[in-house]
Design a protein around this ligand. Sequence first.
Ligand code: DQA
Length: 142
Amino acid sequence: MKIIIINGPNLNLLGTREPNVYGTQTMETYFQTLKERYPDIVLEYFQSNVEGELINKLQQVGFTYNGIVLNAGAYTHTSIALLDCIKAITTPVVEVHISNVNSREDFRRHSMIAPACRGTIQGFGMDSYRLAVEAISEMAKG
Ligand code: DQA
């Protein structure tokens, strides 16, 4: 079972970025605890602030991995290129948000990528990532 978490722009700043919205934990610390919790799953992590790099990574893993947990950050709301990419690959993608985007500004209510994703998990803080990993591993069991 191989799952990758892909984080988009500004998510490298987790821990210091708007802690009232995103909490105080760094992704590196969180990812470590996640790997310990799921020793039987091969978990990988990738982050980029660059849209094209996110697309390159999705294309690279998107035909062989069991699942992709994608927090596309602000590109969620704007990127037709990411939407097309998720449609083009075969690995299921679970859209994730740390915050509850529906309870924030109006422009965050629309996800450009949601129609191509298997489902969306949002609003549970960093635990949103774990819930997505759970969803993918259950899905893979069939
Ligand atoms: C986010 C929500 C997005 O609206 C925002 O642009 C982010 C983070 C979240 O995880 O809550 O960068 O995806």
